[in-house]
Design a protein around this ligand. Structure first.
Ligand code: G6P
Length: 601
Protein backbone atom coordinates (compact mmCIF):
# COMPACT_ATOMS: atom_id res chain seq x y z
CA UNK A 1 0.00 0.00 0.00
CA UNK A 2 1.03 3.62 -0.25
CA UNK A 3 4.18 4.64 1.55
CA UNK A 4 4.70 8.03 3.14
CA UNK A 5 7.99 9.62 4.09
CA UNK A 6 8.84 13.10 5.36
CA UNK A 7 12.00 14.82 6.50
CA UNK A 8 12.26 17.91 8.71
CA UNK A 9 15.66 19.08 9.84
CA UNK A 10 18.97 20.68 9.12
CA UNK A 11 20.58 18.22 6.71
CA UNK A 12 21.49 19.70 3.35
CA UNK A 13 20.33 16.73 1.28
CA UNK A 14 16.67 16.26 2.30
CA UNK A 15 15.56 14.81 -1.03
CA UNK A 16 18.30 12.22 -0.93
CA UNK A 17 16.96 11.12 2.46
CA UNK A 18 13.40 11.05 1.13
CA UNK A 19 14.31 9.01 -1.96
CA UNK A 20 16.24 6.53 0.19
CA UNK A 21 13.27 6.34 2.57
CA UNK A 22 10.86 5.64 -0.28
CA UNK A 23 13.13 2.85 -1.50
CA UNK A 24 12.94 1.28 1.95
CA UNK A 25 9.14 1.42 1.72
CA UNK A 26 9.10 -0.23 -1.72
CA UNK A 27 8.20 -3.59 -0.18
CA UNK A 28 4.76 -2.22 0.66
CA UNK A 29 3.84 -2.38 -3.04
CA UNK A 30 3.24 0.66 -5.27
CA UNK A 31 2.84 1.72 -8.86
CA UNK A 32 4.04 5.35 -8.94
CA UNK A 33 5.93 7.74 -6.71
CA UNK A 34 6.80 11.35 -6.13
CA UNK A 35 8.71 13.81 -3.95
CA UNK A 36 8.38 17.46 -2.98
CA UNK A 37 10.96 19.81 -1.51
CA UNK A 38 10.16 23.13 0.09
CA UNK A 39 12.40 25.89 -1.23
CA UNK A 40 12.58 29.45 0.11
CA UNK A 41 9.30 30.44 -1.45
CA UNK A 42 8.07 27.55 -3.53
CA UNK A 43 8.14 23.79 -3.95
CA UNK A 44 10.08 21.54 -6.27
CA UNK A 45 7.94 18.53 -7.13
CA UNK A 46 8.77 15.47 -9.16
CA UNK A 47 6.53 12.46 -9.85
CA UNK A 48 6.94 9.32 -11.91
CA UNK A 49 4.93 6.27 -12.88
CA UNK A 50 6.58 2.91 -12.14
CA UNK A 51 9.21 1.88 -9.65
CA UNK A 52 11.89 4.13 -8.22
CA UNK A 53 14.46 1.50 -9.22
CA UNK A 54 17.88 3.07 -9.51
CA UNK A 55 16.57 6.62 -9.52
CA UNK A 56 18.80 8.67 -7.29
CA UNK A 57 19.20 12.15 -5.96
CA UNK A 58 21.66 12.99 -8.74
CA UNK A 59 18.99 12.11 -11.34
CA UNK A 60 16.72 14.56 -9.61
CA UNK A 61 19.39 17.22 -9.67
CA UNK A 62 19.55 16.85 -13.45
CA UNK A 63 15.81 17.52 -13.61
CA UNK A 64 15.91 20.50 -11.31
CA UNK A 65 19.34 21.64 -10.13
CA UNK A 66 19.03 22.56 -6.47
CA UNK A 67 21.43 24.96 -4.87
CA UNK A 68 21.64 25.44 -1.13
CA UNK A 69 20.82 29.12 -1.41
CA UNK A 70 17.32 28.13 -2.63
CA UNK A 71 16.65 26.24 0.57
CA UNK A 72 15.60 27.50 4.00
CA UNK A 73 17.78 26.64 7.02
CA UNK A 74 15.26 24.02 8.07
CA UNK A 75 14.82 21.60 5.22
CA UNK A 76 11.42 20.07 4.63
CA UNK A 77 10.82 17.36 2.04
CA UNK A 78 8.12 14.76 1.59
CA UNK A 79 7.70 11.68 -0.58
CA UNK A 80 5.12 9.08 -1.43
CA UNK A 81 4.82 5.73 -3.16
CA UNK A 82 1.28 5.23 -4.47
CA UNK A 83 -0.79 2.07 -4.78
CA UNK A 84 -3.66 3.28 -6.92
CA UNK A 85 -7.18 3.29 -5.52
CA UNK A 86 -8.99 6.37 -6.86
CA UNK A 87 -7.78 7.14 -10.37
CA UNK A 88 -5.47 5.20 -12.67
CA UNK A 89 -1.72 4.84 -12.45
CA UNK A 90 -0.67 8.17 -13.96
CA UNK A 91 1.79 10.91 -13.14
CA UNK A 92 -1.12 13.27 -12.46
CA UNK A 93 -2.60 10.90 -9.91
CA UNK A 94 0.76 10.23 -8.23
CA UNK A 95 1.44 12.18 -5.02
CA UNK A 96 2.43 14.76 -3.81
CA UNK A 97 -0.63 16.81 -4.74
CA UNK A 98 -0.81 20.55 -4.41
CA UNK A 99 -3.48 23.21 -4.04
CA UNK A 100 -4.66 25.75 -6.60
CA UNK A 101 -1.97 28.35 -5.83
CA UNK A 102 0.52 25.73 -4.64
CA UNK A 103 0.17 27.05 -1.08
CA UNK A 104 -0.16 23.52 0.26
CA UNK A 105 1.48 20.25 -0.80
CA UNK A 106 0.51 16.89 0.64
CA UNK A 107 0.80 13.10 0.46
CA UNK A 108 -1.89 10.72 1.58
CA UNK A 109 -2.45 7.05 2.30
CA UNK A 110 -5.98 5.67 2.63
CA UNK A 111 -9.28 6.93 1.27
CA UNK A 112 -11.18 10.17 1.84
CA UNK A 113 -14.64 8.65 1.66
CA UNK A 114 -16.61 11.90 1.28
CA UNK A 115 -14.27 13.45 -1.30
CA UNK A 116 -16.92 13.75 -4.01
CA UNK A 117 -19.10 15.98 -1.86
CA UNK A 118 -16.13 18.21 -0.98
CA UNK A 119 -14.96 18.22 -4.60
CA UNK A 120 -18.37 19.49 -5.77
CA UNK A 121 -18.24 22.25 -3.19
CA UNK A 122 -14.74 23.27 -4.27
CA UNK A 123 -15.60 23.18 -7.98
CA UNK A 124 -18.47 25.61 -7.26
CA UNK A 125 -15.91 27.90 -5.64
CA UNK A 126 -13.81 27.86 -8.82
CA UNK A 127 -11.25 25.16 -8.00
CA UNK A 128 -10.18 22.91 -10.84
CA UNK A 129 -8.75 19.44 -10.37
CA UNK A 130 -5.63 18.08 -12.01
CA UNK A 131 -6.06 14.48 -10.86
CA UNK A 132 -8.80 11.89 -10.42
CA UNK A 133 -7.76 11.23 -6.84
CA UNK A 134 -9.65 11.70 -3.60
CA UNK A 135 -6.44 13.22 -2.19
CA UNK A 136 -6.42 16.45 -4.15
CA UNK A 137 -9.56 17.75 -2.40
CA UNK A 138 -7.69 18.13 0.87
CA UNK A 139 -4.99 20.32 -0.68
CA UNK A 140 -7.59 22.73 -2.11
CA UNK A 141 -9.72 22.63 1.01
CA UNK A 142 -6.77 23.62 3.22
CA UNK A 143 -5.87 26.44 0.85
CA UNK A 144 -9.49 27.61 0.88
CA UNK A 145 -9.43 27.82 4.67
CA UNK A 146 -6.05 29.55 4.60
CA UNK A 147 -7.87 32.59 3.24
CA UNK A 148 -9.25 33.12 6.71
CA UNK A 149 -6.70 31.42 8.95
CA UNK A 150 -3.13 30.13 9.24
CA UNK A 151 -1.86 26.83 7.81
CA UNK A 152 -2.21 24.86 11.04
CA UNK A 153 -5.78 25.96 11.76
CA UNK A 154 -6.76 25.51 8.12
CA UNK A 155 -5.48 21.92 8.23
CA UNK A 156 -7.44 21.26 11.42
CA UNK A 157 -10.63 22.70 9.97
CA UNK A 158 -10.23 20.81 6.69
CA UNK A 159 -9.52 17.50 8.42
CA UNK A 160 -12.59 17.90 10.60
CA UNK A 161 -14.64 17.66 7.39
CA UNK A 162 -12.85 14.65 5.97
CA UNK A 163 -14.34 11.18 6.49
CA UNK A 164 -12.53 7.88 6.00
CA UNK A 165 -9.32 6.18 7.01
CA UNK A 166 -6.10 7.90 6.19
CA UNK A 167 -2.57 9.00 7.01
CA UNK A 168 -1.62 12.37 5.62
CA UNK A 169 1.37 14.72 5.67
CA UNK A 170 1.10 18.36 4.66
CA UNK A 171 3.49 21.23 4.12
CA UNK A 172 2.91 24.88 3.33
CA UNK A 173 4.80 27.33 1.13
CA UNK A 174 5.12 30.06 3.73
CA UNK A 175 5.82 28.19 6.96
CA UNK A 176 8.59 25.87 8.11
CA UNK A 177 6.08 23.43 9.42
CA UNK A 178 5.25 19.79 8.81
CA UNK A 179 1.83 18.50 9.81
CA UNK A 180 0.81 14.85 9.88
CA UNK A 181 -2.46 13.25 10.88
CA UNK A 182 -3.79 9.73 11.06
CA UNK A 183 -7.07 7.95 11.22
CA UNK A 184 -6.67 4.26 10.45
CA UNK A 185 -3.40 4.17 8.45
CA UNK A 186 0.01 3.96 10.11
CA UNK A 187 2.33 6.92 10.64
CA UNK A 188 5.39 6.84 12.83
CA UNK A 189 7.55 9.75 13.85
CA UNK A 190 11.30 9.25 14.21
CA UNK A 191 13.14 11.72 16.38
CA UNK A 192 16.86 12.04 15.98
CA UNK A 193 19.29 12.86 18.75
CA UNK A 194 20.21 15.98 16.81
CA UNK A 195 18.02 18.75 17.98
CA UNK A 196 15.05 19.35 15.80
CA UNK A 197 15.44 16.52 13.29
CA UNK A 198 12.32 14.49 12.54
CA UNK A 199 11.28 11.78 10.13
CA UNK A 200 7.76 10.61 9.46
CA UNK A 201 7.06 7.35 7.67
CA UNK A 202 4.52 4.61 7.19
CA UNK A 203 6.98 2.13 8.64
CA UNK A 204 10.07 2.25 10.83
CA UNK A 205 12.69 0.66 8.50
CA UNK A 206 12.32 3.73 6.26
CA UNK A 207 14.24 5.87 8.76
CA UNK A 208 15.86 3.28 11.03
CA UNK A 209 19.36 4.13 9.79
CA UNK A 210 18.97 7.66 11.24
CA UNK A 211 17.16 6.98 14.47
CA UNK A 212 15.57 4.21 16.53
CA UNK A 213 13.63 6.62 18.73
CA UNK A 214 10.03 6.65 17.59
CA UNK A 215 6.67 8.07 18.54
CA UNK A 216 3.53 6.36 17.22
CA UNK A 217 0.68 8.47 16.04
CA UNK A 218 -2.60 6.90 17.12
CA UNK A 219 -5.95 7.23 15.42
CA UNK A 220 -7.41 10.72 15.49
CA UNK A 221 -4.08 12.25 16.38
CA UNK A 222 -1.99 14.79 14.60
CA UNK A 223 1.52 16.09 15.02
CA UNK A 224 2.73 19.58 14.22
CA UNK A 225 6.49 19.80 13.75
CA UNK A 226 8.29 23.12 13.62
CA UNK A 227 11.50 24.63 14.99
CA UNK A 228 10.15 24.45 18.52
CA UNK A 229 9.72 20.66 18.29
CA UNK A 230 6.87 18.21 17.80
CA UNK A 231 3.43 18.88 19.32
CA UNK A 232 0.89 16.07 19.42
CA UNK A 233 -2.84 16.76 19.55
CA UNK A 234 -6.11 14.92 19.46
CA UNK A 235 -7.79 15.84 16.20
CA UNK A 236 -11.30 15.81 17.62
CA UNK A 237 -10.78 17.58 20.95
CA UNK A 238 -7.56 19.47 20.09
CA UNK A 239 -6.25 18.50 23.50
CA UNK A 240 -2.51 18.09 23.84
CA UNK A 241 -1.30 14.46 23.80
CA UNK A 242 1.89 13.41 25.57
CA UNK A 243 3.72 10.87 23.48
CA UNK A 244 6.13 8.33 24.84
CA UNK A 245 9.38 7.87 22.92
CA UNK A 246 9.88 4.18 22.18
CA UNK A 247 13.34 2.79 21.41
CA UNK A 248 13.20 0.21 18.63
CA UNK A 249 15.44 -2.78 19.14
CA UNK A 250 15.56 -3.98 15.53
CA UNK A 251 18.94 -3.81 13.95
CA UNK A 252 19.21 -2.05 10.59
CA UNK A 253 20.55 -5.33 9.07
CA UNK A 254 17.39 -7.18 10.05
CA UNK A 255 15.48 -4.99 7.67
CA UNK A 256 18.07 -5.39 4.88
CA UNK A 257 18.59 -8.19 2.35
CA UNK A 258 22.20 -8.83 3.36
CA UNK A 259 23.80 -11.59 1.27
CA UNK A 260 20.47 -12.73 -0.21
CA UNK A 261 19.22 -11.60 -3.63
CA UNK A 262 15.69 -11.08 -2.31
CA UNK A 263 13.93 -10.57 0.99
CA UNK A 264 11.62 -13.50 0.27
CA UNK A 265 14.39 -16.12 0.26
CA UNK A 266 16.11 -14.41 3.20
CA UNK A 267 12.90 -14.62 5.19
CA UNK A 268 12.27 -18.24 4.16
CA UNK A 269 15.76 -19.16 5.37
CA UNK A 270 15.30 -17.23 8.61
CA UNK A 271 12.73 -19.87 9.55
CA UNK A 272 15.72 -21.83 10.85
CA UNK A 273 15.53 -19.50 13.85
CA UNK A 274 12.24 -17.72 13.85
CA UNK A 275 10.25 -20.71 15.02
CA UNK A 276 12.38 -20.94 18.18
CA UNK A 277 11.69 -17.27 18.82
CA UNK A 278 7.95 -17.64 18.26
CA UNK A 279 7.71 -20.51 20.72
CA UNK A 280 9.43 -18.48 23.38
CA UNK A 281 6.17 -17.03 24.69
CA UNK A 282 5.23 -16.18 28.21
CA UNK A 283 3.46 -19.30 29.51
CA UNK A 284 1.37 -17.06 31.72
CA UNK A 285 0.06 -15.11 28.73
CA UNK A 286 -0.65 -18.26 26.72
CA UNK A 287 -2.65 -19.65 29.65
CA UNK A 288 -4.44 -16.33 30.01
CA UNK A 289 -5.51 -16.51 26.37
CA UNK A 290 -6.55 -20.17 26.74
CA UNK A 291 -8.65 -19.15 29.74
CA UNK A 292 -10.20 -16.31 27.76
CA UNK A 293 -11.12 -18.77 24.98
CA UNK A 294 -12.66 -21.17 27.50
CA UNK A 295 -14.76 -18.49 29.12
CA UNK A 296 -15.79 -16.74 25.89
CA UNK A 297 -19.15 -17.31 24.31
CA UNK A 298 -17.73 -17.75 20.85
CA UNK A 299 -14.10 -17.32 19.82
CA UNK A 300 -13.49 -15.87 16.36
CA UNK A 301 -10.10 -16.16 14.69
CA UNK A 302 -9.83 -13.33 12.20
CA UNK A 303 -7.20 -12.66 9.55
CA UNK A 304 -6.76 -11.74 5.89
CA UNK A 305 -4.87 -13.43 3.08
CA UNK A 306 -2.21 -15.73 4.44
CA UNK A 307 -3.12 -14.85 8.02
CA UNK A 308 -6.67 -15.96 7.19
CA UNK A 309 -5.33 -19.37 6.18
CA UNK A 310 -3.46 -19.57 9.47
CA UNK A 311 -6.81 -18.95 11.20
CA UNK A 312 -8.32 -21.81 9.22
CA UNK A 313 -5.48 -24.05 10.34
CA UNK A 314 -6.14 -22.97 13.92
CA UNK A 315 -9.69 -24.30 13.57
CA UNK A 316 -8.29 -27.76 12.78
CA UNK A 317 -5.62 -27.53 15.50
CA UNK A 318 -8.22 -26.59 18.10
CA UNK A 319 -10.54 -29.36 17.00
CA UNK A 320 -7.81 -31.99 16.96
CA UNK A 321 -5.76 -31.01 19.99
CA UNK A 322 -8.14 -29.02 22.20
CA UNK A 323 -11.41 -30.73 21.13
CA UNK A 324 -12.93 -27.30 20.90
CA UNK A 325 -14.67 -25.43 18.11
CA UNK A 326 -13.48 -21.99 17.18
CA UNK A 327 -14.90 -19.82 14.42
CA UNK A 328 -12.88 -18.45 11.53
CA UNK A 329 -13.86 -15.34 9.62
CA UNK A 330 -11.84 -13.30 7.13
CA UNK A 331 -11.39 -9.72 8.29
CA UNK A 332 -13.42 -8.23 5.46
CA UNK A 333 -16.37 -10.52 6.26
CA UNK A 334 -16.41 -10.08 10.00
CA UNK A 335 -18.91 -7.25 10.19
CA UNK A 336 -21.50 -9.39 8.43
CA UNK A 337 -21.48 -11.69 11.45
CA UNK A 338 -21.96 -9.02 14.06
CA UNK A 339 -25.53 -10.02 14.80
CA UNK A 340 -24.15 -13.12 16.56
CA UNK A 341 -21.67 -11.23 18.67
CA UNK A 342 -21.99 -10.08 22.25
CA UNK A 343 -19.72 -8.63 24.90
CA UNK A 344 -18.77 -12.25 25.71
CA UNK A 345 -17.35 -12.83 22.23
CA UNK A 346 -13.60 -13.11 21.86
CA UNK A 347 -11.75 -12.05 18.74
CA UNK A 348 -8.30 -13.46 18.04
CA UNK A 349 -6.74 -11.37 15.34
CA UNK A 350 -3.86 -12.89 13.38
CA UNK A 351 -1.81 -10.38 11.44
CA UNK A 352 1.78 -9.86 10.43
CA UNK A 353 1.61 -6.10 10.11
CA UNK A 354 -1.13 -5.30 12.61
CA UNK A 355 -2.26 -2.61 10.16
CA UNK A 356 -4.56 -4.50 7.79
CA UNK A 357 -7.67 -2.34 7.45
CA UNK A 358 -10.11 -5.26 7.17
CA UNK A 359 -8.82 -6.86 10.38
CA UNK A 360 -8.81 -3.50 12.16
CA UNK A 361 -12.42 -3.04 11.16
CA UNK A 362 -13.26 -6.40 12.75
CA UNK A 363 -11.62 -5.19 15.96
CA UNK A 364 -13.65 -2.00 15.87
CA UNK A 365 -16.82 -4.06 15.50
CA UNK A 366 -16.08 -6.32 18.48
CA UNK A 367 -14.88 -3.42 20.63
CA UNK A 368 -18.11 -1.54 20.04
CA UNK A 369 -19.97 -4.57 21.36
CA UNK A 370 -17.71 -4.77 24.39
CA UNK A 371 -15.93 -8.01 23.40
CA UNK A 372 -12.25 -8.75 24.05
CA UNK A 373 -9.39 -8.81 21.57
CA UNK A 374 -6.27 -10.97 21.51
CA UNK A 375 -3.76 -10.42 18.72
CA UNK A 376 -1.08 -12.66 17.30
CA UNK A 377 1.18 -10.06 15.73
CA UNK A 378 4.58 -9.65 14.20
CA UNK A 379 4.53 -5.89 14.52
CA UNK A 380 4.10 -5.37 18.23
CA UNK A 381 4.00 -1.62 17.86
CA UNK A 382 1.14 -1.65 15.38
CA UNK A 383 -2.33 -0.18 15.62
CA UNK A 384 -3.71 -3.66 16.29
CA UNK A 385 -1.35 -4.11 19.21
CA UNK A 386 -2.59 -0.91 20.75
CA UNK A 387 -6.21 -1.97 20.31
CA UNK A 388 -5.73 -5.45 21.81
CA UNK A 389 -6.26 -6.62 25.36
CA UNK A 390 -3.53 -9.24 24.98
CA UNK A 391 -0.77 -9.42 22.36
CA UNK A 392 1.11 -12.62 21.54
CA UNK A 393 4.17 -11.47 19.58
CA UNK A 394 5.46 -13.54 16.62
CA UNK A 395 9.02 -12.28 17.13
CA UNK A 396 9.86 -13.09 13.50
CA UNK A 397 11.62 -9.75 12.94
CA UNK A 398 10.72 -7.41 10.09
CA UNK A 399 9.11 -9.24 7.18
CA UNK A 400 9.51 -7.21 4.01
CA UNK A 401 8.68 -9.51 1.09
CA UNK A 402 5.02 -9.15 0.19
CA UNK A 403 4.57 -12.93 0.34
CA UNK A 404 4.45 -13.84 4.00
CA UNK A 405 6.69 -16.75 5.02
CA UNK A 406 8.44 -16.55 8.39
CA UNK A 407 5.54 -14.67 9.98
CA UNK A 408 3.17 -17.42 8.77
CA UNK A 409 5.06 -20.27 10.41
CA UNK A 410 5.46 -18.20 13.59
CA UNK A 411 1.68 -17.61 13.64
CA UNK A 412 1.08 -21.33 13.11
CA UNK A 413 3.41 -22.13 16.00
CA UNK A 414 1.57 -19.79 18.34
CA UNK A 415 -1.83 -21.22 17.35
CA UNK A 416 -0.41 -24.70 18.04
CA UNK A 417 0.79 -23.60 21.49
CA UNK A 418 -2.65 -22.17 22.26
CA UNK A 419 -4.40 -25.38 21.24
CA UNK A 420 -2.16 -27.41 23.56
CA UNK A 421 -2.59 -24.90 26.38
CA UNK A 422 -6.37 -25.37 26.16
CA UNK A 423 -5.96 -28.91 27.46
CA UNK A 424 -3.14 -28.08 29.88
CA UNK A 425 -0.55 -29.66 27.63
CA UNK A 426 1.51 -26.56 26.88
CA UNK A 427 4.73 -28.49 27.65
CA UNK A 428 3.86 -31.15 25.13
CA UNK A 429 3.14 -28.49 22.52
CA UNK A 430 6.41 -26.71 23.24
CA UNK A 431 8.42 -29.93 22.97
CA UNK A 432 6.83 -30.77 19.64
CA UNK A 433 7.52 -27.28 18.32
CA UNK A 434 11.13 -27.30 19.51
CA UNK A 435 11.64 -30.61 17.72
CA UNK A 436 9.99 -29.15 14.61
CA UNK A 437 12.22 -26.06 14.76
CA UNK A 438 15.34 -28.18 14.92
CA UNK A 439 14.15 -30.32 12.00
CA UNK A 440 13.47 -27.19 9.95
CA UNK A 441 16.99 -26.08 10.72
CA UNK A 442 18.31 -29.36 9.27
CA UNK A 443 15.96 -29.24 6.30
CA UNK A 444 16.84 -25.75 5.05
CA UNK A 445 20.14 -26.48 3.37
CA UNK A 446 21.43 -25.84 -0.18
CA UNK A 447 20.83 -29.47 -1.22
CA UNK A 448 17.20 -29.13 -0.28
CA UNK A 449 16.89 -25.95 -2.32
CA UNK A 450 18.58 -27.70 -5.29
CA UNK A 451 16.12 -30.55 -5.11
CA UNK A 452 13.19 -28.11 -5.27
CA UNK A 453 14.99 -26.18 -8.02
CA UNK A 454 14.90 -29.26 -10.26
CA UNK A 455 11.15 -29.38 -9.78
CA UNK A 456 10.83 -25.65 -10.47
CA UNK A 457 12.66 -26.19 -13.79
CA UNK A 458 10.17 -28.91 -14.71
CA UNK A 459 7.02 -26.96 -13.95
CA UNK A 460 8.05 -23.37 -14.64
CA UNK A 461 5.92 -23.15 -17.78
CA UNK A 462 2.83 -24.75 -16.29
CA UNK A 463 -0.37 -22.79 -16.77
CA UNK A 464 -2.08 -24.22 -13.72
CA UNK A 465 -0.91 -25.79 -10.50
CA UNK A 466 -3.30 -27.47 -8.10
CA UNK A 467 -2.62 -28.23 -4.48
CA UNK A 468 -4.52 -30.67 -2.34
CA UNK A 469 -4.53 -31.31 1.38
CA UNK A 470 -6.80 -32.78 4.00
CA UNK A 471 -7.43 -31.93 7.64
CA UNK A 472 -4.67 -29.76 9.06
CA UNK A 473 -3.16 -29.48 5.59
CA UNK A 474 -6.29 -28.36 3.76
CA UNK A 475 -5.83 -24.67 4.77
CA UNK A 476 -2.16 -25.05 3.82
CA UNK A 477 -3.25 -26.17 0.33
CA UNK A 478 -5.08 -22.83 0.11
CA UNK A 479 -2.05 -20.99 1.46
CA UNK A 480 0.20 -22.82 -1.04
CA UNK A 481 -2.01 -21.51 -3.82
CA UNK A 482 -1.66 -17.94 -2.51
CA UNK A 483 2.14 -18.28 -2.36
CA UNK A 484 2.36 -19.61 -5.91
CA UNK A 485 -0.12 -17.11 -7.36
CA UNK A 486 1.33 -14.01 -5.79
CA UNK A 487 4.93 -14.41 -6.87
CA UNK A 488 5.01 -16.85 -9.82
CA UNK A 489 1.78 -15.51 -11.41
CA UNK A 490 0.93 -19.10 -12.36
CA UNK A 491 -2.72 -19.86 -11.83
CA UNK A 492 -2.77 -21.98 -8.68
CA UNK A 493 -5.70 -23.31 -6.67
CA UNK A 494 -5.90 -25.27 -3.49
CA UNK A 495 -8.57 -27.81 -2.66
CA UNK A 496 -9.59 -30.13 0.09
CA UNK A 497 -8.47 -33.49 -1.32
CA UNK A 498 -11.93 -34.98 -0.92
CA UNK A 499 -13.58 -32.15 -2.84
CA UNK A 500 -11.73 -32.87 -6.08
CA UNK A 501 -14.16 -35.48 -7.25
CA UNK A 502 -17.01 -33.02 -6.82
CA UNK A 503 -15.85 -30.77 -9.61
CA UNK A 504 -12.22 -29.61 -9.72
CA UNK A 505 -10.96 -32.93 -11.07
CA UNK A 506 -12.41 -31.85 -14.43
CA UNK A 507 -9.53 -29.35 -14.59
CA UNK A 508 -6.86 -32.05 -14.62
CA UNK A 509 -5.29 -32.83 -17.97
CA UNK A 510 -2.03 -34.40 -19.14
CA UNK A 511 0.91 -33.29 -16.97
CA UNK A 512 -1.01 -30.79 -14.83
CA UNK A 513 1.16 -30.36 -11.72
CA UNK A 514 -0.70 -31.26 -8.55
CA UNK A 515 0.98 -30.88 -5.18
CA UNK A 516 -0.25 -33.22 -2.47
CA UNK A 517 0.46 -32.04 1.07
CA UNK A 518 0.67 -35.22 3.09
CA UNK A 519 0.91 -35.65 6.85
CA UNK A 520 1.64 -38.84 8.69
CA UNK A 521 -1.78 -38.82 10.34
CA UNK A 522 -5.32 -40.08 9.86
CA UNK A 523 -5.62 -38.15 6.59
CA UNK A 524 -2.68 -39.89 4.91
CA UNK A 525 -4.28 -42.80 3.06
CA UNK A 526 -7.15 -40.66 1.81
CA UNK A 527 -4.99 -37.84 0.48
CA UNK A 528 -2.82 -40.43 -1.29
CA UNK A 529 -5.99 -41.85 -2.87
CA UNK A 530 -6.96 -38.35 -3.98
CA UNK A 531 -3.49 -37.94 -5.51
CA UNK A 532 -4.02 -41.24 -7.31
CA UNK A 533 -7.32 -39.99 -8.71
CA UNK A 534 -5.45 -37.02 -10.19
CA UNK A 535 -2.62 -39.17 -11.50
CA UNK A 536 -5.07 -41.52 -13.24
CA UNK A 537 -6.26 -38.51 -15.22
CA UNK A 538 -2.78 -37.56 -16.36
CA UNK A 539 -1.76 -35.27 -13.47
CA UNK A 540 1.89 -34.91 -12.44
CA UNK A 541 1.97 -35.59 -8.70
CA UNK A 542 4.36 -33.72 -6.45
CA UNK A 543 4.27 -35.20 -2.97
CA UNK A 544 5.32 -33.11 0.01
CA UNK A 545 5.43 -35.79 2.62
CA UNK A 546 7.59 -37.39 5.31
CA UNK A 547 7.61 -40.63 3.29
CA UNK A 548 7.77 -41.44 -0.39
CA UNK A 549 4.75 -43.05 -2.04
CA UNK A 550 4.25 -44.83 -5.33
CA UNK A 551 1.84 -42.20 -6.54
CA UNK A 552 4.43 -39.41 -6.39
CA UNK A 553 6.15 -38.38 -9.61
CA UNK A 554 8.34 -36.03 -7.55
CA UNK A 555 8.87 -36.33 -3.84
CA UNK A 556 9.92 -33.51 -1.53
CA UNK A 557 10.71 -34.93 1.86
CA UNK A 558 9.63 -33.09 4.99
CA UNK A 559 10.23 -34.18 8.58
CA UNK A 560 7.45 -36.06 10.33
CA UNK A 561 6.28 -33.46 12.85
CA UNK A 562 2.85 -34.72 13.85
CA UNK A 563 0.51 -31.83 14.53
CA UNK A 564 3.14 -29.40 13.22
CA UNK A 565 2.82 -30.79 9.69
CA UNK A 566 1.28 -27.50 8.38
CA UNK A 567 4.45 -25.68 9.45
CA UNK A 568 6.84 -28.03 7.69
CA UNK A 569 4.67 -28.66 4.64
CA UNK A 570 4.33 -25.02 3.67
CA UNK A 571 8.09 -24.33 3.65
CA UNK A 572 8.95 -26.29 0.45
CA UNK A 573 6.04 -24.53 -1.29
CA UNK A 574 7.45 -21.17 -0.21
CA UNK A 575 10.79 -22.13 -1.76
CA UNK A 576 9.10 -23.44 -4.92
CA UNK A 577 7.07 -20.23 -5.30
CA UNK A 578 10.20 -18.14 -4.85
CA UNK A 579 12.21 -20.13 -7.39
CA UNK A 580 9.38 -20.06 -9.95
CA UNK A 581 9.12 -16.29 -9.53
CA UNK A 582 12.84 -15.82 -10.18
CA UNK A 583 12.84 -18.24 -13.14
CA UNK A 584 9.89 -16.42 -14.66
CA UNK A 585 11.73 -13.12 -14.14
CA UNK A 586 9.25 -11.75 -11.65
CA UNK A 587 10.34 -9.74 -8.66
CA UNK A 588 9.31 -11.99 -5.76
CA UNK A 589 9.62 -9.19 -3.21
CA UNK A 590 7.30 -6.81 -5.01
CA UNK A 591 4.74 -8.78 -6.96
CA UNK A 592 2.52 -6.83 -9.32
CA UNK A 593 -0.72 -5.37 -7.96
CA UNK A 594 -0.04 -6.51 -4.40
CA UNK A 595 0.85 -4.69 -1.23
CA UNK A 596 2.49 -5.93 1.93
CA UNK A 597 0.19 -4.18 4.28
CA UNK A 598 -3.29 -3.51 2.96
CA UNK A 599 -4.45 -0.38 4.70
CA UNK A 600 -7.59 0.15 2.63
CA UNK A 601 -10.81 -1.86 2.79
C1 G6P B 1 -1.60 -8.68 2.21
C2 G6P B 1 -0.29 -9.41 2.06
C3 G6P B 1 -0.43 -10.84 2.56
C4 G6P B 1 -0.96 -10.85 3.97
C5 G6P B 1 -2.26 -10.07 4.11
C6 G6P B 1 -2.65 -9.87 5.55
O1 G6P B 1 -2.54 -9.19 1.32
O2 G6P B 1 0.12 -9.41 0.71
O3 G6P B 1 0.84 -11.47 2.52
O4 G6P B 1 -1.17 -12.17 4.36
O5 G6P B 1 -2.11 -8.77 3.54
O6 G6P B 1 -1.69 -9.06 6.16
P1 G6P B 1 -1.38 -9.03 7.71
O7 G6P B 1 -0.32 -7.99 7.85
O8 G6P B 1 -2.67 -8.63 8.39
O9 G6P B 1 -0.94 -10.38 8.11
Amino acid sequence: MCGIFAYFGPQTNPLEIVIKGLKKLEYRGYDSWGVALKTNNDFLIHKEVGKIGDFSFSDLQKIFPISNSQLPIIKIAIGHSRWATHGGVTEYNAHPHWSKNKEVVLCHNGIFENYLKIKEKLIKKGYTFRSETDTEVLAHLVEEYMHESNFENAVKKALSEIEGRYAVILISKHEDKLIAARRGSPLIIGKNGHDGEYFIASDIPAFLEYTNKVQYLDDDEMVIIDVSGARFENMRTHEKVNKRIVEIEWKVEEAEKGEYPHFMIKEIMEQKNTLYRAINQSAEKIHEVAKAIKSARGTFFVGCGTAGKVCMTAEYLFSKIAKRHINVIFGSEFKFHQDFLTDKSLLISVSQSGETADSLEAIEVIKKLGGRVVSILNNEASTMARLSDIVLPNKAGPEKAVASTKATTAQLAICTLLAYAMVDKLDEGEKLLIKTASQINDMLNPRYEDHIYKLSEKIKSAENIYIIGRGLNYPMALESAIKLQEVSYIHAQGFAGGELKHGPIALISENTPCIALVANDESKSEILSNAMEVKSRGGYIIGISPENAEVFDYWIKVPDCGNCSPIVNIIPVQILAYQLAVMRENNPDMPRNLAKSVTVK
